[in-house]
Design a protein. Structure first.
Lengths: 375, 524
């Protein structure tokens, strides 16, 4: 086969891009197709289920807003896991870093009452990122210094982080009242809803702007995704990150410190996960409590896989997962298909992305057919 | 009637014709060498015969009748066996278990191991392939594992045996053993196709030589009718200098000065045990030695990958004993690593990204942490044309290039950086003659530009053709120093295997005690 590689390939610059996008798109399509078969076998009306799912996710501006709302933290956690992967690190503990980011925003926000929003919001966002980075720092150090595997250490730190938050919201940081949660953030510390930026007249004229609960966190998320993409593509930081991820030995030989790159990568990954916590606290709940994240850190792994660790790919991948979770409620309500079926589809998406060869087999067969027709 | 005949076999990969109407024959009891550069289409052709690839056009005839071979299974049924470069053995299983795998004797799913062992013993006896049928594969040397692969093919009833670059992984001794095995196989009536790009092997073992270039057969000859130079010309399509001409060295200032260097190896054992030497600008100093005598650790220490435990190193008077790899590069040390896939290249990076590796933080390629992709691409295009790297553009991934081209990338980067000292470790390993010539010329050009070159090579031929001075390393020490004109392969080999005592400065020309010691040393 080595001879085949000798060939000077014909240059078609769009081919690699198409291939990169192709596999995830086909994976998602296959997952939905097989998911609908499962729905059908289970005795439900698959067509009705998926039209309800679609309606719940994209049926109107409010529904689209819901999809955006759920995609926002997933963009951050997807970026976090993806950035780690690009350095050859599996940050499975994004959930813990997210909790710490959320905690930083919720607790610090209370102290910044009375300051203008343009001061408070950036401070809280940065604090969340730092808290997430700090939470990844110890596992990063353990990895770099003694080689302790990050899958174990970041996971353990997730438990530590979650239980610290559980304790704080029933203890030192508990708000008055029965519910174990922190004091609500003042309005200037909140991320406003998108629709609240427009006047009622504007919303009447342009109804697609009435995006319900979707908040400004999505703007931060997209900006951060672009920044991460630029870092990976145009900076020595990103170059070294990718080099170490692909081949630590060659990197070491070229004078790149593998240890230091590992520490930086895992801390940046943690910072991105911490931002997910901040948008959930500042944009959705306005406080922190035990169950404020519905596993966004873990779903972030699936998002990163589907996006093939590409920072810009994370955005549509997160939107897909956001749509699935936003539509699940409507699906249960209107087609009486249990919400949990969505988890099966999510799992199938991951399965097909991970088992890329299966998808490529379909692709190659199509190409072969195309070639034989052409020939 | 030939046992195997190919007629006009054409195999097309997207964008390239790998085999262009190739015809050949193989007679009973014959060794045919399929010779060609990497990428000439040799392996593709044989993979077609073995059913791993299917050809677009052409015929395969076995014993005069046309056959269709769609899978290795069918190839085996037609009596064709193939031993690949990378063995396909199950390491935890024994020799016998591996050989019978897929065709186990026995009934109802119960393997009859007594019969299996008897059959294996019978075959190994008949062809003189001695082996312990109960050893685990994992415990065997590479040469023995290859023997198991050959036995497996014979067990499956092969009458035509295809060996794909069988010597690439063997020591010189194992190569000689393999050759005698191959000869005994053909004397038993088997036919062998021997794929290689090494000229001396072809001359040593083949009955007939078929030369391929760019997917087509360009000639056919016999060892008695040609020599290595003639073969090289057919293979590459132009005159190839097997030994690059060079002028006497003009030694300038001392560039590298190593004093009493000690370096520990992987398990804390002292791998380099007090080495002292220097390299001046304008000369090539070679370190010759059998693999595993401390060369790897010495290189690692020189380029900042492994801190020495004692001693000093200085580059142009500046101490670099404790320099990191990064500082070492910045001080002017370039390094062509032994293993280009592991240390030399990031295969998933494109050419431009690989060409800037190591210099990626420095101006003009980067400033304040931002990389200048335009400047990097321009540099890459210059290197591609200066070093004759065959690629349509600098955006092609390193993994999609041939071994020779990949090595050119490493050479281009390390020499293109314009270093004070070039540490070249096994710079031509796995390359074909054309590429070897190119790399040798580049190394000598670097020398002639007044730079210091330290060559570490297991290939005596390379050492002798490039070096101005030769240091022989044995068990972590430099046991002997030769100037270029007083060394020959035999004496070097003798000292490389510890023949001359371990003291530096022994006087008098040593006489080899046995030929074998010298030959063992003549490792490639």
């Amino acid at each position: 086969m080595s001879e085949a590689r000798e060939a000077i390939p014909v240059q078609r610059p769009w081919m690699p891009v198409l291939q990169k996008i192709g596999v995830p798109v086909i994976s998602a399509a296959l997952a939905i197709a097989i998911g609908s078969i499962i729905v059908w076998i289970s005795g439900y009306d698959a067509a009705a289920a998926f039209s309800a799912l679609f309606k719940g996710a994209f049926g109107g501006p409010k529904q689209i807003g819901d999809t955006i709302l759920r995609a926002t933290p997933l963009i951050f956690t997807g970026l976090a896991v993806g950035y780690g992967f690009r350095a050859g690190l599996f940050n499975i503990g994004a959930e813990g870093q997210l909790f710490m980011g959320g905690l930083a925003a919720a607790s610090l926000g209370v102290f910044l009452v009375g300051q203008p929003w343009f001061l408070v919001v950036p401070v809280l966002v940065v604090a969340s990122a730092l808290a997430g980075a700090a939470w990844a720092f110890v596992p990063a150090l353990l990895k770099a210094r003694i080689g302790a595997h990050e899958v174990i250490t970041t996971m353990m730190f997730t438990y530590i982080g979650r239980y610290i938050v559980s304790w704080l919201v029933v203890g030192p940081l508990k708000d008055e009242g029965m519910i174990p949660q922190t004091v609500a953030l003042a309005p200037e510390a909140q991320l406003p809803r998108i629709q609240s930026l427009f006047s009622a007249d504007t919303l009447d004229a342009l109804p697609f702007l009435a995006l319900g609960r979707a908040h400004m966190g999505i703007v931060i998320a997209i900006v951060v995704a672009v920044v991460v993409w630029l870092i990976l593509k145009y900076t020595t930081l990103g170059y070294e990150n990718r080099a170490v991820g692909f081949n630590p030995y060659a990197s070491e030989t070229a004078g790149i410190s593998v240890q230091w790159t590992t520490v930086k990568a895992l801390c940046i990954s943690g910072a991105l996960a911490g931002l997910a916590g901040s948008v959930e606290v500042m944009g959705v709940h306005h406080r922190i409590f035990d169950q404020f994240s519905s596993g966004f850190g873990f779903t972030g792994i699936a998002v990163a896989l589907l996006a093939k660790n590409h920072p810009l790919g994370v955005i549509p991948a997160a939107l897909l997962f956001g749509a699935l979770s936003a539509g699940a409620g409507t699906m249960q309500l209107e087609a009486s298909v249990p919400q949990k079926i969505i988890l099966i589809i999510q799992a199938l998406v991951i399965f097909f992305v991970a088992a890329e060869e299966i998808v490529l087999w379909f692709v190659r067969r199509r190409q072969k057919e195309a070639m034989s027709h052409a020939g | 009637m030939p046992v195997l005949e190919l007629r006009e076999v054409t195999k097309v990969f997207p964008g390239v014709v790998a085999n262009d109407r190739v015809s050949m024959t193989l007679e009973r009891g014959e060794i045919v060498a399929l010779l060609g550069e990497n990428g000439a289409g040799k392996s593709t052709l044989m993979n077609v015969v073995y059913g791993l690839l299917s050809a677009e056009h052409g015929e395969i005839l076995i014993d005069g009748s046309t056959v269709k071979i769609r899978s290795p299974r069918q190839a085996i049924d037609h009596g064709i066996g193939m031993v690949h470069q990378h063995f396909m053995l199950v390491e935890p299983l024994t020799v016998t278990e591996n050989i019978v795998l897929g065709r186990e004797p026995g009934r109802l799913g119960v393997i009859d191991f007594t019969e299996a062992r008897a059959k294996v013993a019978e075959i190994s006896q008949r062809y003189g392939l001695r082996i312990d049928p109960d050893s685990r594969i994992a415990d065997l040397s590479v040469g023995m594992q290859q023997r198991v692969e050959i036995l497996k093919a014979l067990y499956q009833g092969a009458s035509v045996l295809i060996l794909d670059e069988p010597t690439a992984v063997l020591t010189p001794q194992e190569v000689r053993e393999l050759f005698s095995v191959v000869r005994s196989l053909v004397s038993e009536g088997l036919s062998v196709v021997f794929i290689t790009h090494k000229l001396e092997e072809v001359m040593a073992v083949a009955d007939r030589i078929i030369v391929m270039r760019a997917g087509a057969v360009v000639g056919e000859t016999r060892p008695s009718e040609t020599d290595e130079v003639g073969l090289a010309r057919m293979m590459v399509g132009r005159d190839v200098v097997l030994r690059v001409e060079k002028t006497p060295a003009r030694c300038g200032d001392t560039v590298l000065d190593v004093r009493d260097l000690h370096v520990e190896g992987e398990r804390g054992l002292e791998a380099v045990a007090g080495v002292t030497f220097d390299v001046c600008g304008g000369e090539v100093v070679a370190i010759a030695g059998v693999s595993g005598n401390g060369q790897t650790e010495l290189i690692d220490a020189l380029v900042g990958l492994r801190p020495p435990s004692a001693g000093t190193m200085a580059l142009k008077g500046v101490d670099i004993t404790h320099a990191s790899a990064r500082r070492s590069i910045e001080a002017g040390v370039s390094h062509i690593p032994e293993d280009r896939h592991r240390r030399g290249l990031v295969l998933q990076f494109d050419l431009a990204e690989n060409l800037v590796l190591g210099d990626h933080r420095l101006a003009p390629y980067a400033s304040r942490g931002i990389m200048n992709r335009r400047v990097i691409a321009e540099m890459a295009r210059t290197r591609i044309s200066d070093y004759d790297i065959r690629t349509p553009s600098e955006r092609v991934l390193a993994s999609s290039m041939s071994g020779g081209n990949q090595q050119k990338v490493v050479v281009a980067r390390e020499i293109g950086r314009d270093p004070e000292l070039l540490v070249a470790a096994q710079p031509t390993r796995g390359l074909d003659v054309g590429a070897i010539e190119f790399v040798h010329r580049q190394i000598l050009a670097e020398r002639d530009a007044g730079k210091a070159v330290l060559l570490i090579s297991l290939e005596l031929e390379e050492v002798l053709s490039l070096a101005d001075r030769i240091l022989v390393m044995y068990e972590g020490r430099i046991v002997r120093e030769f100037s270029a004109d007083e060394a020959d392969a035999e004496t070097l080999g003798y000292h490389m295997t510890g023949g001359g005592g371990t003291k530096l400065g022994d006087s008098g020309a040593p006489t080899p005690e046995t030929d074998e010691a010298a030959e063992r040393g003549a490792g490639r």
